[in-house]
Design a protein around this ligand. Structure first.
Ligand code: HEM
Length: 559
């Protein structure tokens, strides 16, 4: 008995000693000019437990507990600066060389695409050259995606994407002709298939490898294993399905490039292929990178389309208001004689620029569901806003969930879907001093901070659906057009009812790396054609889309 007690006492004394050593280590290595270190109850361990237990919600909890504009989380051998203040986010976004995403992106890309040593060497040389180039020089990822800038290239990519959506919706309408016709299907699975097809038709053209259902399945198996792949620990064992999926998709792309699929593809795919070929990458590596590109083009577009549909079809008044707004832009022509009926024509440009409620419905779905963490690596010791020391090697984290779920920004109804939210808010300049770090306001109760919807001024940086700064999503115009067109086609032509009622699925199973987590489970819906759609011929045109859609702070400021 005595020996047990002294054994326990020795263990406790050891733990206490370890605690004091770790605490001293933390205090001695934390510069007073750095953002304050929090969650230090068990030094270096508490943040690991917090993130593992609460995932992305952990940063919301820490914001509400400590009310800091920026703070440090200390992990073993890694420090993270988490930013709550929109003004400090703007300051980070201005530091494109000292605080960069490229280094993180390269590591992640290598882990998930597994290129050859030859490719890795070129890859890292490109990044190094960019890091040493003059400010304003485009990063490799920007050059790779320049085909996404609004203009003629994007227009034809949009057209191919819209054609495919039209074919899918027309097929559904024909199958649902006649009174009482209905179709029951799983909502998420269906959205996933249609958005995968429309996106990849736009990006890859008529030789699109994703036309093969096996390639679609292989890609989604790969995507589901990204978390395991990014650990880099024996992926052939721990992420077997993902590796198998990647190899299959890469082989399909090898055939695609060999058959000159780029001769009829989007300028995005042509440009990417030319970029890689000019730098001496091998065909297998280029094909693996193209598989990885599926993550950028599909992983967030699918859940975003799903959530917008979910919120509109589960909310009859929001649905009716959006439908009415679109209907005001439709031209109806009646026919007589044999082909009696009507033609309805809609210029898709109207959806992008003249339907503020529809755009608000889209952004509100993203506000509620996008939780991506904007990441930067600190390349050199940097003073942020002349106030906070950010140390070389640390990570800067700007969690969208913190901005999107702050009642002080959006008001007390922050957790609800308000279809008109983005029509009734005005925006301040993205670097407005009214929300400077010193006046960061998460300590004031929501009711006090909230003004009426009409008066609330939002710093546009607080909408993080597409990230911001140097890593602002270059695919946002394409993705926004696609989701708006898809949802509009469905709203105008069908009714959708959830079997068993509209109950919002949880998203707990999504990995922390998800920008827009999809639902944990799928459910069935019943689709019927609207009575006023019988006999209607639809014409979807796309005129003058040179102009992008004003979705993010940068779009509003014309950057
Ligand atoms: C609704 C759909 C989409 C959402 C929510 C979304 C979201 C985002 C976000 C949040 C980022 C910033 C990541 C960061 O800063 O850490 C990003 C980056 C990026 N997105 Fe998207 N995206 C979508 C669709 C697309 C599409 C369709 C494409 C391509 C056709 C695309 C291509 C990219 C690329 C290449 C980057 C990296 C930019 C860089 O590193 O400089 N995205 N996206």
């Amino acid at each position: 008995m005595h020996s047990i007690i002294s054994g326990v006492a020795a263990v406790l004394a050891g733990l206490l000693g370890l605690y004091f050593v770790l605490r001293q280590l933390l205090l001695l290595t934390q510069d007073a000019r750095e953002p304050p270190a929090i969650a230090t109850t068990i030094p270096f361990i508490t943040p690991i437990i917090g993130m593992a237990r609460f995932k992305s919600k952990y940063t919301v909890q820490l914001r509400d507990k400590h009310h800091l504009p920026i703070y440090t989380l200390r992990y073993p051998f890694q420090r993270m600066y988490i930013i709550n203040s929109p003004t400090l986010i703007s300051a980070v976004q201005r530091q494109t060389k000292a605080l960069t995403f490229q280094a993180i992106e390269d590591k992640f890309s290598i882990l998930i695409t597994d290129p050859s040593q030859h490719a890795k060497a070129i890859f890292l040389k490109e990044t190094e050259q960019w890091a040493n180039s003059a400010p304003g020089h485009q990063s490799p990822s920007h050059i790779l995606y320049k085909g996404l800038t609004p203009g003629p290239g994007m227009d034809s990519m949009n057209r191919a994407m819209v054609n495919r959506l039209e074919t899918a919706v027309e097929g559904l309408a024909s199958a649902l002709s006649g009174s009482g016709a209905k179709k029951t299907m799983k909502l998420f699975a269906w959205v996933k298939h249609e958005i995968t097809m429309a996106t990849t038709e736009g990006v890859y053209g008529p030789q699109n490898p994703y036309r093969d259902p096996e390639i679609q399945d292989a890609f989604w198996a790969y995507e589901a294993g990204l978390g395991k792949l990014s650990l880099g620990v024996v992926p052939s064992l721990l992420a077997r399905e993902a590796v198998r999926g990647r190899e299959k998709v890469a082989s399909a792309f090898e055939e695609y490039f060999a058959a000159e699929g780029t001769s009829s593809s989007s300028s995005l795919t042509k440009g990417r292929h030319e970029y890689y070929a000019a730098r001496g990458y091998l065909p297998r590596d280029i094909s693996k990178f193209e598989c990885g590109n599926g993550i950028a083009i599909l992983s967030n577009t699918v859940p975003t389309a799903y959530w917008m549909l979910f919120h509109l079809f589960s909310n009859p008044s929001a649905l009716e208001a959006c439908r009415a707004e679109i209907q005001a832009h439709i031209t109806t022509t009646a026919h007589s004689g044999n082909g009696a009926g009507v033609t309805k024509a809609l210029d898709i440009s109207a959806l992008k620029t003249r339907c503020p409620l529809l755009l608000s419905a889209f952004k509100e779905a993203m506000r509620l569901h996008a939780i991506g963490v904007g990441l930067r690596m600190v390349m050199t010791d940097t003073m942020l806003s002349n106030r906070y020391l950010l140390r070389k090697g640390a990570l800067v984290v700007m969690p969208a969930i913190v901005q999107h779920h702050d009642a002080n920004i959006w008001g007390p109804d922050v957790s609800s879907y308000d279809v008109a939210r983005f029509t009734t808010t005005t925006t301040t300049s993205s670097s407005a001093s009214s929300s400077s770090s010193s006046s960061f306001s998460s300590s004031s109760p929501p009711a006090a901070a909230a003004t009426s919807q009409q008066q609330r001024k939002i710093n546009p940086v607080s909408f993080r659906g597409f990230g911001g700064g140097a890593t602002l999503c270059p695919g946002r115009h394409f993705a926004t057009t696609e989701v708006l067109v898809f949802v509009s086609m469905l709203m105008l032509r069908f009714t959708v009812e959830a079997v068993g009622g509209w109950e919002r699925p949880s998203t707990e199973k999504a990995p922390m790396s998800a920008v827009v987590p999809g639902p944990d489970s799928d459910f069935e819906v019943v689709i019927k054609r609207r009575a006023d759609d019988e006999g209607v011929q639809w014409v979807w045109s796309l005129s003058g889309s040179d102009e992008g859609i004003r979705v993010t702070a940068e779009d509003m400021e014309g950057k």
